[in-house]
Ligand binder design. Structure first.
Ligand code: SF4
Length: 311
């Protein structure tokens, strides 16, 4: 339910988008009222593709800074706006570029695969990027004996290594939001709803992933929720996903595994901030041309490799 002022703001933003030729691009972790008026809602990979393919001259990114930066890198001819420049990702910010450069120097034959949850400077020194929806597909395209450093999410990296049955070195970072669910919470819910399927994002740690019936990206989780025969679903990822799940499968019972699964950065974006961002054409996201040219190669390689037919 949205109050009258929120409804008015939503209508005003819809009009403003048209008047100003703005494409509102939102992540599944955004507030429901933002997802409802977005031109496109998706995970990081789908957002990157949607940014590249949209026809509008301005893209307003309702997501954290690395998502807006990705749009700026992929769409140099468009204006990229963020409604909240302080919306950031602690995991992305944890990467020390010096560590990556040192690794590169010490392991000249290794490849660096960086999750999109990284600053553009890290993408610029990576061989290829990936998202949680295509990480396995990307890594699988390197020869099994190729040395790989996966940056920065240790849990996603370890999950991909397990899934592909190969060794990978992983950077030691994690998403604080996805660590907020406990094994006890999950076990208690499973006891209460034994028929439920547990759907887990790979940014969760192993003891949580080990309890999953399905592990996948946000779009993968939504897809599984919609298509599986399970009528009760325990969802282990950020709370914003519940909006899309309730829209896609209104007759199923979907339970968020913990009320703590809230990313404060994602939720720092509000309708008011989006309204002001469009009206004032701020805050414009810029990436230096040197970094852009270096980082676009890793992003474009991800897009190309993710769509390849692999055996
Ligand atoms: S949910 Fe985690 S990975 Fe995503 S933006 Fe928030 S802190 Fe970063």
């Amino acid at each position: 339910m949205h109050d009258t002022r929120s409804r008015e703001l939503m209508d005003e933003i819809i009009d403003l988008k048209k008047q100003n030729n703005v494409f509102l691009l939102a992540h599944y972790y955004q507030r429901p009222e933002i997802q409802m008026i977005a031109d496109y809602v998706g995970d990081s990979y789908a957002m990157a593709l949607a940014a590249r393919n949209c026809s509008q001259s301005t893209i307003l990114v309702a997501g954290v800074d690395f998502m807006a930066e990705t749009a700026a890198v992929l769409c140099p001819d468009k204006t990229i706006l963020t409604p909240e420049p302080l919306a950031t990702c602690p995991m992305a910010n944890s990467v020390n570029i010096e560590d990556i450069l040192k690794y590169r120097q010490e392991h000249p034959d290794a490849v660096i695969v960086s999750y999109v949850n990284t600053p553009a400077e890290v993408k610029a020194v990576s061989d290829v990027c990936c998202t949680s929806s295509n990480a396995a597909r990307i890594v699988a395209q390197f020869a099994p004996d190729k040395q790989v450093l996966f940056v920065p999410d240790q849990h996603l990296g370890n999950y991909i290594a397990e899934k592909l049955g190969r060794h990978m070195e992983v950077y030691y970072s994690e998403c604080p939001t996805h660590q907020r669910v406990t094994v006890e919470q999950l076990d208690q819910l499973k006891e209460q709803y034994p028929e439920a399927a547990i759907l887990v994002h790979p940014e969760c740690r192993k003891e949580i992933r080990d309890r999953a019936d399905y592990i996948g990206s946000t779009s993968g989780i939504i897809d599984y929720a919609e298509k599986s025969n399970h009528q009760v679903l325990i969802i282990v990822t950020e709370s914003g996903i519940m909006h899309s799940i309730s829209e896609k499968c209104p007759n199923k019972k979907a339970i968020l595994a913990s009320q703590e699964l809230i990313c404060p950065n994602m939720k720092s974006i509000t309708l008011e901030k989006i309204y002001h961002s469009i009206v004032n054409n701020e805050t414009i996201v810029e990436v230096s041309e040197d970094t852009r040219i270096k980082s676009v190669a890793a992003l474009e390689k991800m897009i190309e490799w993710a769509s390849r037919d692999i055996a």
